[in-house]
Design a protein around this ligand. Structure first.
Ligand code: NAD
Ligand code: UDP
Ligand code: UDP
Length: 323
C-alpha cells in the first residue's frame, strides 16, 4: 500500500453523515471499509462510491464482533432521529453499547485510532447554556429518548475506560444537530420534515409552541470537524463539541424555510414529544482552539443546498415540487 494511505473503517457509513464521510475519505485516496446493517441507512447513499477500487461495503451489525485489519475507525453506526431510535429502543442501546465494545476491542487489537460519533444529547435537556464539554448533562434515564441518550453516554464511558486501561487512542466528538443532502426525508428530523412539507404544500408541523431552540450545522462543516479531530494529536481525546453555535427557535426555522421555498404551507402546532430539550447550543471554544475549526456555512445558505436536494428527490419521486 502507498505511504500515507490508511485503511479506514466507517461504521454507519451508509447513513447521512457516514456517506459524506466516506466520500471525503475516498477522495483523499484512503482505503475505505464501510460497515452498515442498513437499519436506517441506504445503499443509495453510496452509489457514487460503488465500484471505486478504494471503497468496499460490508453488510454487518456492529453489535456482533468484527475482525478486520484497519488503521483508523470512525464509529457512526446508530439510528439518530428520535422517530427511528424509538422504533427499536433496545436495539438502539445495544448498537451504542455493544457496538462500542466491539469497535473498541477491534481498536485495541489492531492499535487503530478510533473516533466516536457522540451527541449533544448527552447533555439532555440542558440547564446551562450554551453547553460546554465540562457540563455533565441532565438526562432522564427512563424516558423515551433514554435508549439513545444513555446509550451514547455509556459509549463515552467505554471509550474513556478503554483509553485509560487499554491505552486505546480515542477521539470523542459531541455532534450537534446537522443537516444537508442525504438526510432521510422520512426519518422525522425537523429540517427534512419542514423542507419536504414546504415543498409539498403540506402543513408545517411545529411541535409544542416552537420556542425550543436548536443550532444547525451544515454537513460539510461537520465532516471537516470530524476529519480534523481524527488527524489531531493523540492527547486530544475530546470530548469536543462539533456544531454550529448559531441558535434558532423552531418557529424561526419554519419561517425561514417557508420564505426560502416560497411555500404557502400553513404552520400548524402538534404536541411536543416527551423530554424534548428546550434549548441547545454548542460552546465550540475547544474545537476552535484545538482543531482551528469553526463552521463556515450559515443556516440560510445551507438550507438553500438542502432545499435543492429535497426538491430533486421529490421530483424523482414524481411528487409535486416547488410551488
Ligand atoms: P443515520 O441514521 O443516517 O446513519 C446511521 C447509520 O448507522 C445508518 O446507515 C444505519 O443503517 C447504521 N446502523 C444503525 N445501527 C447499526 C448497527 N447495529 N450496525 C451497523 N450499522 C448500523 O444517522 P446520521 O445522522 O448519519 O448519524 C450518524 C451518527 O452521528 C450516529 O451515531 C448519530 O448518533 C451521530 N449524530 C448525528 C447527529 C445529526 O444531527 N445527524 C447529531 C448527533 C450525533
Ligand atoms: N472484538 C472485535 N474485533 C476484534 C477484537 C475484539 O469485534 O478485532 C470484540 C470481541 O467481541 C470482544 C470485544 O470486542 O468481545 C471486546 O474486546 P476486548 O479485547 O476488549 O475484550 P474481550 O475479548 O476480553 O471480551
Ligand atoms: N420538531 C418539530 N417538528 C417536526 C420535527 C421536529 O417542531 O416536524 C422539533 C422537535 O420537537 C425538536 C426540534 O424540532 O424540538 C428538533 O427535532 P429533531 O428530531 O430534528 O432533533 P432533536 O430533537 O434530536 O434535536
Amino acid at each position: 500500500m502507498n505511504k500515507g494511505v490508511k485503511r479506514i473503517l466507517v461504521t454507519g457509513g451508509a447513513g447521512f453523515l457516514g456517506s459524506h464521510l466516506c466520500d471525503r475519505l475516498v477522495a483523499q485516496g484512503h482505503d475505505i471499509l464501510c460497515v452498515d446493517n442498513l437499519f436506517t441507512g441506504s445503499k443509495s447513499n453510496l452509489v457514487q462510491l460503488m465500484g471505486r477500487p478504494n471503497f468496499e461495503y460490508m453488510r454487518h451489525d456492529v453489535t456482533f464482533p468484527l475482525y478486520v485489519e484497519v488503521d483508523e475507525i470512525y464509529n457512526l453506526a446508530c439510528p439518530a432521529s428520535p422517530l427511528q431510535y424509538r422504533i427499536n429502543p433496545v436495539q438502539t442501546t445495544k448498537t451504542s453499547v455493544h457496538g462500542a465494545i466491539n469497535m473498541l476491542g477491534l481498536a485495541k487489537r489492531t492499535g487503530a485510532k478510533i473516533l466516536q460519533a457522540s451527541t449533544s444529547e448527552v447533555y439532555g435537556d440542558p440547564e446551562i447554556h450554551p453547553q460546554t464539554e465540562e457540563y455533565w448533562g441532565h438526562v432522564n434515564p427512563i424516558g423515551p429518548r433514554a435508549c439513545y441518550d444513555e446509550g451514547k453516554r455509556c459509549a463515552e464511558t467505554l471509550f474513556f475506560d478503554y483509553h485509560r486501561e487499554g491505552r486505546v487512542r480515542i477521539k470523542v466528538a459531541r455532534i450537534f444537530n446537522t443537516y444537508g443532502p442525504r438526510m432521510d426525508p422520512a426519518d422525522g428530523r425537523v429540517v427534512s420534515n419542514f423542507i419536504c412539507q414546504a415543498l409539498l404544500g403540506q402543513p408545517i408541523t411545529l411541535y409544542g409552541d416552537g420556542a425550543q431552540t436548536r443550532s444547525f450545522c451544515y454537513v460539510d462543516d461537520l465532516i471537516e470537524g470530524l476529519l480534523r479531530l481524527m488527524a489531531s494529536d493523540d492527547s486530544n481525546t475530546g470530548p469536543i463539541n462539533i456544531g454550529n453555535p448559531d441558535e434558532f427557535t423552531m418557529v424561526e426555522l419554519a419561517e425561514m424555510i417557508v420564505a426560502l421555498t416560497g411555500s404557502s404551507s400553513p404552520i400548524v402546532m402538534r404536541p411536543l414529544p416527551a423530554d424534548d430539550p428546550r434549548q441547545r447550543r454548542p460552546d465550540i471554544g475547544r474545537a476552535r482552539a484545538a482543531l482551528h475549526w469553526e463552521p463556515t456555512v450559515r443556516l440560510r445558505e445551507g438550507l438553500v443546498h438542502a432545499i435543492a436536494y429535497f426538491d430533486g428527490l421529490l421530483r424523482c419521486a414524481g411528487g409535486p415540487s416547488l410551488p
